[in-house]
Design a protein around this ligand. Sequence first.
Ligand SMILES: [Fe+2]
Length: 272
Amino acid sequence: MLNSNDENSFLIDKEKDITSQYLTQGYYIGPVADKGALSWIHNSFLHIVKEELNIIDEDNAEPILDFVHQKISIPELNNFRLNVIKKINQLPDFRKKYFQIAKPYLDMLVGNELAMQVKVNLSIQCPDDDSSLLPTHADTWSGDSPFEVVVWVPLVNCYKTKSMYILPPDENEKLNKNFTSMAGAHSEDLYQSIKDKVDWINIDYGNVMLFNNSLPHGNRVNMESETRWSMNCRFKGIFSPYWDKKLGSFFEPITLRAASSSGMNYKLPELS
Ligand SMILES: [Fe+2]
């Protein structure tokens, strides 16, 4: 197996540590690299949510996000979510701030010439809501390239069923070898066969997770008393292989470097 952590690697110790965690767990969790950028995003969300829910109070200390289920019904939830994510994606600096939250980790795990998904996604998981669940899946099963990394940013503290789960790489290898029998006929059969092997992600607001979207992941009904709010967005190397999600439509280059720009525009001399 090709491994970025072998003895010939020139990665420094910190990079080796983060690389090793990503490769063995399937994810890496660390403090956000730019607290100001996270606060900007968080405040923008609060502003939009208050506007959507006609909340006049200006006190941002109130935990509106965790308890949004007290202000909105489940049938209204998806429209509300779509309005909020549309408005946040319209803010000109939003994607740049999102990138800044994870930049050093992306540098270490992906590289410094990056393509970013055009739209950042939002999940809102209210307690006891079974209408917006993500069954067990790997993004690569539906056309995402295995060269992608998901940057997952919680807007509230996430734990137990208020969070998501990931199947670690060693367990995924076992699943792949016995896929037909373990996956069964329904996605629930698949979950039942891996539920004792998955890692439930504990992550507090102020941290960011980068995870391997070729590993099976998903969520269950949120049995906690608070609502989950999390964003996710995919990043990959500009020149790493694409599958169905293409550069130009799904991904946009965000950090193209001089040599690549120069190389792509290079023309050999014309001979007459
Ligand atoms: Fe996914």
